[in-house]
Every structure is written in C-alpha cells, then in structure tokens.
Ligand binder design. Structure first.
Ligand code: ACO
Length: 324
C-alpha cells in the first residue's frame, strides 16, 4: 500500500508587494533583489486575517479537488513557523474553520515543513488506521519580518498550500521520503525572542528579537549542498536517475540556490517548476503552492515522476519522490 495525493489547493493573499514598493522602505532595488534571488513580488496578508484563515482557504480548495468533505478527514497536519499564536496549535483552528472533527497538530520544520508533514502523513496512512489526511504548509512571514532590515524583508512572502492524501494500491503515489536535521545550524536562521530562551519583554521588543534574523551566506551554502544530497538520496533509493524526473517541485527560496542544486544534481533547471518571482520565499507553503499551480496549469500529468526537496531553519531539510 502507498500514500497518494488525492487533491491539491492553495491560497495566497490578494495584496501584492513589488520590489519597487520595497525600494520605498529600505535601501534596496528591484535589480538587486531580482538578480540575487529571482523574486519580483510577494503577497502580504491583509490586516485582520490570520495564518489559520489562509490555511483553511487552501484546505477547502484541496478538499474540493479531492471531492471530499471535511468530515471525511482523519487528521490535519499544519506545517508552519508562523502560527496564529504560540498556543494552541494552528491546526485546531483550521479544523474548526473547515468544519472537520479529527485530530489536528502542527509541525515546525520551517521551509522543510511540508516535506516533514507529508512524511508523517505517509506514516499515518500506511499504518492503515488513517484514510484521509490533510497536510497544509502555511506561513504569514510578513508579521515576523523586520521591515527595516533589507537582508531579510525582501526575501519572504505569505501563502498556503494544501494536499489531501490517502491510501492507494496502484503504482502512483509517494515512493519515498528522506528527512534530515542538523542543530548546529540553529544560529544561522531564526526568531530569537518569544520562547523560553528569550521571553517577550520590553527589552526583547526594544532589541527587535521577535523578528527573523538570518546569516544569508551561511544558509545559502548549506541549502545548495543539502538539497542536492537529499535529492540524490531520493533518486538512488528508488533506482532513478535525473533523466527519469519530470518535475522538480523545490522549495522556492532563491533562484540561485536552485541553479546550484541543478548544477550539483545534474537535474536540468528546465525541470524545476518556478514561481518564486511571484511569491518570494513562502517557507513551508512554497512546495504545495508550486505543486497546486503545476497541477492546475497542466504542467504535471498522470504518471510523471515528481521530486520535492527543501531546506530551512534548523537546519531541517528533506526530499520526497512521487509518481503522480
Ligand atoms: N538590497 C541591497 N543590498 C543588500 C540587500 C538588499 N535587499 N541585502 C543585503 N544587501 C547588501 C549587503 O548588505 C552587502 O553589502 P556590503 O557588501 O556593503 O556589506 C551586499 O548587499 C552583499 O551582500 P551579500 O550577503 O554578499 O549578498 P549575497 O550575494 O550573499 O545575497 C542573499 C544575499 C540573497 C540573502 C543570499 O545570501 C541568499 O539568498 N541566501 C540564502 C538565504 C535564504 O534563502 N534564506 C531563506 C530562508 S532559508 C531557505 O529558505 C533556504
């Protein structure tokens, strides 16, 4: 028995923030951002809406695509590092908003969160106890970005992507997942404040500890190396070569990272489905958003081989191989 993706969905905020808009906030330029990252614009969630609102919208689209009611779900997994609040899990708000009544929990694996969530859902389904699992990758990073820090604020965007998975007897479905983590990477990327190490206080707010801090160059090097290794591991495990892959649905962090991965793995860049120019880095949401767009625009066809791969804060990274 395998786990198959039965339907996909996405939700992105209507508000577009272009690189030119950011030129008014920080010392940057459309040319710098586009050349260094491939990003032209990103979406920012409207005031008054939350992470779980966006997640629920993507979930409803995935359920509609799978032709399933929310009442059929056996579990909801939300991959996010920007939940509505530190407590409780964002997934329980999503459960309530879509009208489901199943167990619901969050996974925090940053940009690798969707692959981690998919791996957990795969395990649940293959026990035979869970028939329908909703996996959502969602982030509202705009609320944790320092809009005075040009090193970070130009890179990220808000969005949500979702899939419904269930068991299948056929050849199609999830062939393997590979998950990795290395806590030596903790200093490279994170939000220092708001947890037990640095509880919220007037001093932590004053020191801007509640915003994303990043060593961009450090992350870049690890991203290229580890996404490439995880991708190669997925292919080797299944006896496949780069030529067998039809689409690479990679975490959309930075076009130059993906060029590096293409170079190292010998997977042609033309096989990478790219939408980073429209959304920036939406962390755990980027793979399911790209997947949903690739499915709906007809790029992805039944029987094709898809490679998912990502790296994010932690460091956490991974890959998945899917026969669509
Ligand atoms: N606009 C203009 N100049 C900028 C900006 C900006 N937005 N940001 C930084 N700069 C400046 C720097 O201050 C530096 O100036 P200096 O030389 O006077 O000090 C100069 O540009 C060069 O900076 P570098 O850090 O050398 O630029 P680099 O080529 O490394 O690109 C970038 C920076 C885009 C952040 C790159 O390191 C990167 O993409 N890293 C990966 C980070 C990432 O993707 N993080 C996302 C989360 S993790 C993940 O999803 C994989």
């Amino acid at each position: 028995m395998r786990t198959r993706i039965l339907g996909t969905g996405k939700a992105v905020p209507a508000k577009v923030v272009t690189n030119h808009d950011l030129e008014k906030l920080v010392a940057t330029s459309d040319q710098w951002i586009a050349e260094r990252t491939g990003i032209r614009e990103r979406r920012v969630l409207e005031e008054g809406r939350t992470t779980s609102d966006l997640a629920a919208e993507a979930a409803r689209a995935a359920l509609a695509a799978a032709e399933l009611p929310a009442s059929s779900l056996d579990a909801i997994i939300v991959a996010t590092v920007t939940p509505d609040a530190p407590l409780p899990a964002c997934a329980v708000s999503v459960q309530q908003k879509i009208g489901a009544s199943c167990p619901a929990f969050d996974i925090a694996a940053a940009c690798a969160g969707f692959i981690y969530g998919l791996a957990v859902a795969d395990g649940l389904v293959r026990t035979g106890a869970y028939q329908r699992v909703l996996v959502i990758g969602v982030e509202v990073l705009s609320r944790v970005l320092d809009w005075t820090d040009r090193n970070t604020c130009v890179l990220f965007g808000d969005g949500a992507g979702a899939v419904v998975v269930g068991p299948t007897e056929g050849d199609r479905g999830l062939l393997s997942t590979h998950l990795y983590a290395d806590g030596a990477g903790v200093p490279l990327l994170g939000i220092p404040g708001g947890g037990t190490a640095c509880p919220a206080s007037p001093a932590s707010v004053e020191a801007r500890q509640h915003f994303v801090k990043m060593n961009g160059k450090g992350v870049f090097v690890h991203a290229v190396r580890n996404i490439a290794r995880a991708s190669t591991a997925a292919l080797e495990k299944n006896g496949k070569t780069p030529a067998d892959v039809d689409w690479v649905i990679a975490h959309q962090a930075n076009l130059r990272i993906l060029e590096g991965v293409a170079d190292k793995t010998k997977l042609p860049l033309a096989k990478f489905y790219l939408n980073i120019h429209k959304y920036g880095n939406t962390s755990s949401a980027s793979i399911p958003i790209a997947l949903d767009e690739a499915v709906r625009d007809g790029s992805v066809k039944p029987g094709q081989l898809l490679l998912f791969c990502a790296l994010g804060a932690g460091l956490s990274w991974g890959s998945a191989l899917v026969r669509w």
